[in-house]
Write a protein that binds this ligand. Structure first.
Ligand code: S3P
Length: 178
C-alpha cells in the first residue's frame, strides 16, 4: 500500500455557515484518506471551550484573533483539507495566509437552503438570535465579495449531496483517482 496522496498541496474550504465545509471535509477524508483540519475545532481545543462560549465570554474580536492566530499555525500542513469558519475571510491577512498554504475552494448555498441546514443548531453564535432568511441573506451579501475574491474555485452546494460536492472538488482541482 502506497501512501501517495491524491492532493498535491492543501485544499482550503471557505464559505458561509451551513455550506457544508465540515461535512465535505469528512467525506474527502473518509473516501481518499486525506488529513483534515477544522480551524474552529482547533480553536475550541486550544481555548478549552465551545465557539459559542468563546463569543459569550470574550466577544467576537477575541474569537477573530484566535482564528487569525490559528491560521498562522497551519503552514506545516501537507496535502490536507483545511476547513475554515464562515467568517475567516473577514480579515484580509487571513486570506493571504490561506493563499500561501493552498488552493481556496468556496462552497456556496442559497440562504433558504442554509436556513434549512442550520435552523436546529445552536452552536453558531452569529445566527443564534438571527435564525431567519433575511439575516442570512444580508450577512451573505455583506461577505459575498470577500468570499468570491478569495476563491480559486467556486462550487454551489444547492441540491447536491455531500458526495457530489466532494467529487466536484476532486475534479475541479484536477485530481485524478490514480
Ligand atoms: C462564523 C462561522 C462559524 C464559526 C463562528 C463564526 C461566521 O463556523 O467560525 O461561529 O462568522 O460565519 P462555520 O462556518 O463552520 O459554521
Amino acid at each position: 500500500m502506497g501512501n501517495k496522496s491524491i492532493l498535491s498541496g492543501n485544499i482550503i474550504l471557505i464559505g458561509f455557515m451551513g455550506t457544508g465545509k465540515s461535512s465535505v471535509s469528512k467525506y474527502l477524508s473518509d473516501t481518499y484518506g486525506l488529513e483534515e483540519v477544522d480551524v474552529d475545532k482547533l480553536i475550541e481545543d486550544e481555548e478549552g471551550r465551545a465557539i459559542a462560549d468563546i463569543f459569550k465570554t470574550h466577544g467576537e474580536e477575541y474569537f477573530r484573533d484566535c482564528e487569525s492566530n490559528m491560521l498562522s499555525n497551519l503552514k506545516s500542513c501537507k496535502d490536507t483539507i483545511i476547513s475554515c469558519g464562515g467568517g475567516a475571510v473577514l480579515r484580509n491577512e487571513n486570506v493571504e495566509k490561506m493563499e500561501q498554504i493552498g488552493k481556496i475552494v468556496l462552497l456556496t448555498a442559497d440562504p433558504n437552503i442554509i436556513l434549512e441546514r442550520v435552523k436546529e443548531s445552536t452552536v453558531r453564535p452569529i445566527l443564534n438570535n438571527n435564525m431567519n432568511v433575511e439575516f442570512i441573506t444580508q450577512l451573505m451579501e455583506k461577505r459575498r465579495k470577500l468570499y468570491e475574491e478569495a476563491a480559486s474555485i467556486i462550487i454551489s452546494t444547492d441540491f447536491k449531496s455531500i458526495k457530489e460536492v466532494g467529487e466536484e472538488i476532486i475534479s475541479s482541482c484536477n485530481l485524478k483517482n490514480s
